[in-house]
Design a protein around this ligand. Structure first.
Ligand SMILES: [Zn+2]
Length: 246
């Protein structure tokens, strides 16, 4: 009888092999064959990209395309962003504060992309949509349920909260944000926050709920040695000029 032709001679196309430990084959366990590694890696990256939910048309938002225009605060922000993306223990939380069009989202997306290149899960969230997503989760089950979504936001390797404070705050929404930030703080899990309000009124200051949430979240965002807060202090008109009036 002739052997059928296999693409992979190692696993005979089974995709798995028995591991070898201390020179002995472990017949009671299997591990993916080397021929599967590439496929699995690709699948993992695709899965991570889906889970991350990056905004559309942000493929070009990478570190390489981030222009600092020689501006000191943008240079410093880029350095911190790279440090976070490279998973140095020095920077685990990065808060970027600045008006629109300062490159906050660009840096946040670039960090996510670098993070996922290494095969680690990340989640990008535009805060107003995130709160809606969580609210909708009350009526859904399984992976879409409120509880699982909340667990994911608290536990995922890297979380971006983009545009904190632009949502119309409800005390429920503020509570969710505080829970997420607090939980990630306790576990020292990487977090990026962008906002266009100063730190001490990051969640707004229109009512008591907003003022309390702002106080708690801003103190959290600065508490640990691995927290960095950057105010992107670029003259608005100057930057517009440099960007060609966009
Ligand atoms: Zn194989």
């Amino acid at each position: 009888m002739t052997e059928p032709e296999y693409k992979c001679q190692v696993c005979k196309d089974a995709g798995v092999v028995h591991p070898i430990e201390d020179g002995k084959v472990c017949y009671d366990r299997t591990i993916p064959c080397q021929c599967m590694a590439e496929t699995l890696e690709k699948e993992r990256q695709e899965r991570n990209l889906r889970l991350c939910k990056l905004p559309a048309d942000t493929e070009d938002m990478t570190f390489e395309t981030f222009d600092t225009y020689g501006n000191p605060s943008l240079i410093e922000a880029l350095n911190y962003a790279r440090a976070l993306a490279d998973r140095t223990d020095e920077v685990r939380w990065l808060t970027l504060i600045g008006k629109v069009d300062r490159g906050k989202t660009h840096l946040a997306v670039a960090i996510c992309r670098r993070w996922m290149e290494r095969g680690t899960a990340a989640r990008y969230a535009f805060v107003p949509l995130l709160l809606k997503e969580l609210r909708d989760g009350f009526e859904l089950e399984g992976e879409q349920s409120y509880r699982l979504k909340m667990n994911f936001l608290c536990d995922v390797g890297l979380l971006v909260l983009d545009d904190l404070g632009v949502e119309r705050s409800t005390s429920w929404g503020l509570e969710q944000l505080q829970t997420i930030v607090h939980s990630r703080g306790i576990n020292g899990l990487p977090l990026i926050v962008t906002a266009n309000k100063e730190l001490d009124r990051i969640c707004g200051d229109k009512n008591e709920d907003e003022r309390l949430a702002s106080m708690r979240i801003s103190s959290r965002l600065q508490r640990e040695t691995w927290c960095r807060v950057m105010v992107l202090d670029t003259g608005e008109h100057r930057l517009r000029e440099l960007k060609g009036g966009k």
